[in-house]
Ligand binder design. Structure first.
Ligand SMILES: [Zn+2]
Ligand SMILES: [Zn+2]
Length: 407
């Protein structure tokens, strides 16, 4: 079963979001497929004949980690757009949990401050920072670059550690998160993309409605993504299946840990609640909004030095807090690259961490982009500038080896 071709590349830009003034026809003509194909080949033990599950190199998104045959919107009993049992109810369990995660930190701040349970201590700051780094790198280097895009291979201990730390960000279980994210790449701002800000409506406020939808609105939608289609490789990994099933436990642990550490450090219940608030809820909420900003801000505002078929952008202001994930335009152009900030002065903490893992021998087969590839992927309007820049690629990371993405 093959999906129909996704051919709405031009018309989609006219719906709602509109085209930035800086855009020209060359920039919106689509990703320069075929120039570089950071495709990592067919997954092991995965027959292309298996019911639509394993097409790894798509027609539209050559260069993406994968395309999934038969995964057109609403196609098939388990395809996107098919409601899960009970998903149509306004107060389904999933929506209640999502609502608690989205609005809980705000309510807790409003409650805890008047009760005097919100005193911020040095210990809370250290705990919040440490947990932000652990869970944020778990998402950026683990969930995203390792599991969703196979930008490198990790030994077993590192693989499990990244899956656990990503789970503690409370952004969903590893297999579910990866499935949704891969679907986002496959449909990239076309119908079927689970959280695109490009909406069917237009007129005043369309951009803001798209922003709200891409940021948090889609979390409440009844639009499940089938991991059998989008993450069959992860479902065959017993380690990841185990971590995936442990997600509820890890989620509770992520919030309970700062509570008990706050209790131990302060010796008071108020200190425990302060730890829970700042290093638990607030830390979680900040990372949530940073991640959601990649879905919303980085598909609306920002620069587009690389041609892609979607509306992905680079947003420098989010680079540090997002661990380099906000160099989202290059990421959509070469998704399997381990490095997203590829131009001079583009800070990419997750790429640096992956380099540390590589030097330690824990990560292998890292897909570092070469300057030639970066220049080749640049849009025609800025090709010369990028070719010049790529010749002096990211002087802040001179130690990074230049290994072809498609090696
Ligand atoms: Zn995106
Ligand atoms: Zn991605």
């Amino acid at each position: 079963m093959c999906s129909p071709p996704l051919t709405d590349g031009g018309a989609r830009l006219e719906r709602g979001l509109g085209i930035p003034e800086s855009a020209d026809p060359a920039e919106t003509a689509g990703c320069r497929v075929g120039r570089v194909a950071p495709d990592f080949g067919d997954p092991p033990d995965c027959s292309a004949a298996v019911d639509g599950g394993c097409g790894w190199k798509g027609e539209l998104v050559t260069g993406e980690i994968l395309d999934v045959r038969g995964a057109a919107p609403g196609d098939g009993p388990s395809g996107p757009g098919t409601d899960a049992p009970g998903a149509g109810r306004i107060f389904s369990a999933g929506r209640v949990v999502t609502g608690l995660l989205v609005f809980g930190p705000v309510v807790a701040l409003a409650l805890f401050i008047p009760l005097g349970w919100a005193h911020l201590s040095i210990g809370d700051v250290v705990m919040a920072t440490a947990l932000y780094l652990i869970t944020g790198f778990g998402i950026a280097a683990g969930y995203h670059r390792l599991f969703a895009h196979h930008s490198f291979k990790a030994n077993r201990v590192l693989k499990v550690a990244l899956a656990v730390s990503g789970s503690m960000a409370l952004e969903g279980s590893v297999i579910g998160w990866v499935a949704v994210h891969r679907r986002h790449h496959v449909f990239g701002d076309l119908p079927g993309d689970p959280h695109s800000p490009v909406r069917a409506d237009s007129g005043p406020g369309a951009t803001m409605r798209g922003f709200v939808w891409a940021h948090v609105g889609w979390l409440f939608a009844s639009d499940p993504t089938d991991p059998r289609r989008f993450a069959p490789d992860l479902q065959r990994d017993p380690d990841l299946v185990a971590v995936d099933r442990l997600f509820p436990v890890l989620a509770v642990a992520s919030l309970a840990l700062p509570f008990f550490l706050g209790w131990i450090l302060s010796g008071t219940l108020a200190g425990a609640f302060a730890g829970f608030l700042w290093a638990g809820l607030v830390r979680m909420a900040v990372l949530h909004h940073v991640t959601w900003s990649i879905n919303s801000v980085c598909h609306i505002w920002g620069r587009r030095p690389f041609d892609t078929t979607d509306r992905s952008t680079n947003v420098a202001g989010l680079a540090v807090v997002s661990f380099g994930e906000s160099w989202h335009n290059f990421h959509h152009c070469a998704p399997a690259s381990a490095r997203h900030g590829v131009l001079p002065r583009q800070v990419d903490p997750a790429a640096r961490l992956i380099r540390v893992f590589e030097r330690a021998g824990w990560a292998t087969k890292v897909r570092w982009p070469s300057p030639t590839q970066v220049a080749a992927l640049a849009s025609s309007g800025s090709l010369q500038d990028l070719a010049d820049a790529a010749g002096d690629l990211d002087p802040e990371l001179p130690e990074l080896p230049a290994r072809p993405i498609d090696a």
